[in-house]
Write a protein that binds this ligand. Structure first.
Ligand SMILES: *Cc1c(COP(=O)(O)O)cnc(C)c1O
Length: 409
């Protein structure tokens, strides 16, 4: 598939196809027992997402509960410091209730569960961010919420475990294997298989089997729709470049979807961590190859046996060995450029944004800011819009402990 064979006027309707493929990527590689459950979700979503009742309820919730629309802020002092006239702007997803973009798709998924008559939502969580957003949505709608989490992660992420419990979710400890995210995914899927008549599985990014990459993108597309209109209002034109960090890829697909049909350069930024050695980063699109995991075909990082490789990033929301299938597709056709940024530049950007603009970003989002600064230095005019996916409160203890000596007096 080549970029000039694609009609971007109708792209969001044309992709994925009816089997969930974006070109060669995506699909649904799952046990037969789960296929019925996924088909039920797909059929329900296809009908419900078009009903005016669902659309207006989601719209009301976004406004009254989430705090949407989130604003765009012009980073005047940071742009001035770069000094060549290039202007940087950020879409403030950090101002969403619970502090990140994840609530955009969690509220959508939970509302879908309610319309489908389900009583419970089930998910896994690694660092706990998806678990907290989903537990919030479950509380709002009066649904039960089971969150599967590896025992190792439960120890590391005590504040998020507390949040989930306070919100009324059940946090179920997983003690298999390495006791982290992979085992939690397996345990959550196994539980869902037993309970799918009364429950909905809620995936935390544009990953997993069809229809999740599509559904999560659709729920996140509010970010791109708002951002395009706000940017035009604010500046009278479109940005020259749009930048977002990519873990699974949901915040990136959200903002990208608003600009795919425009003459705008789009950049997806992955974590280069400590360097390019396997195990030191999680830049799957930049350094990976085609493969199937967690029910979908995409580009992934593999060890020498072809299994998902160990990954690392300073930002726990980005350390995933693959990315959503639509990103693999957009990379192949050349519509989006993917690149990676390491820990050190990320921390620099974290402090720059905090000190020049009064915004403490999530370490995930700081990757996108770091890349925007680098890109701005290479351009000599124009504007860059960054998706600031979340706020940095969750990262402060870690940053102080690890980088306090260098950055604080
Ligand atoms: C989870 C998370 C991410 C990564 O998820 P995507 O699906 O790649 O967007 C990025 N930023 C923040 C703040 C997060 O919490």
């Amino acid at each position: 598939m080549k970029i000039n064979e694609i009609d971007f006027d109708t792209y969001l309707k044309d992709y994925p196809d009816s089997l969930g493929f974006y070109g060669r990527y995506g699909g649904s590689y799952i046990p037969d027992e789960l296929k019925n459950a996924m088909k039920e979700i797909y059929d329900a979503y296809k009908t419900i997402c078009k009903s005016s009742k669902f659309i207006s309820e989601l719209r009301r919730i976004r406004k009254e509960f989430q705090g949407r629309p989130t604003p765009i802020s012009h980073l005047e002092r940071l742009s001035k410091q770069i000094g060549n006239g290039v202007q940087i702007y950020v879409k403030r997803e950090d101002l969403n209730h619970t502090g990140a973009h994840k609530l955009n798709h969690c509220m959508g998924e939970a509302l879908l569960a309610k319309y489908m008559g389900k009583k419970k939502i089930i998910a896994e969580t690694g660092a706990g961010q998806h678990g907290v957003a989903l537990a919030t949505a479950a509380a709002y709608f009066g649904l039960e919420c089971d969150i599967y989490m590896g025992a190792v992660d439960i120890k590391k992420q005590a504040p998020n475990v507390a949040r989930m419990k306070i919100l009324g979710a059940r946090v179920i400890e997983v003690n298999d294997g390495l006791k982290t995210l992979k085992e939690a995914v397996d345990a959550a899927f196994a539980a869902y298989l037993k309970e799918y008549k009364d429950s909905l599985y809620a995936i935390g990014s544009v990953v997993g089997p069809h229809p999740f990459p599509m559904m999560v993108r659709d729920f996140q597309s509010v970010v791109g729709i708002e951002a395009r209109e706000q940017f035009l209002d604010m500046t009278g034109e479109l940005p020259d470049a749009v930048v977002a960090c990519v873990g699974g890829g949901s915040n990136a697909m959200g903002i990208f979807s608003g600009f795919l049909n425009d003459k705008v350069d789009i950049y997806g930024i992955e974590p280069l961590g400590r360097g390019i050695k396997i195990g030191d980063h999680a830049a799957s699109l930049t350094y990976g190859s085609e493969g199937i995991m967690h029910g979908f075909n995409s580009i992934m990082l593999k060890d020498k046996d072809g299994n998902p490789a160990p990954v690392y990033s300073i930002a726990s929301g980005l350390d995933y060995p693959s990315s959503g299938p639509e990103h693999a597709f957009l990379k192949d056709i050349g519509r989006v450029k993917y690149d990676a940024i390491g820990d050190d530049e990320t921390i620099d950007a974290f402090f720059k944004l905090s000190r020049l603009e009064g915004i403490i970003p999530a370490l995930e989002s700081a990757h996108a800011v770091a890349y925007a600064i680098k890109l701005a230095k290479k351009m000599n005019k124009g504007s860059i819009l960054v998706n600031l996916s979340g706020r940095g409160d969750k990262d402060m203890d870690y940053v102080i402990e690890k980088y306090g000596d260098k950055y604080l007096q």
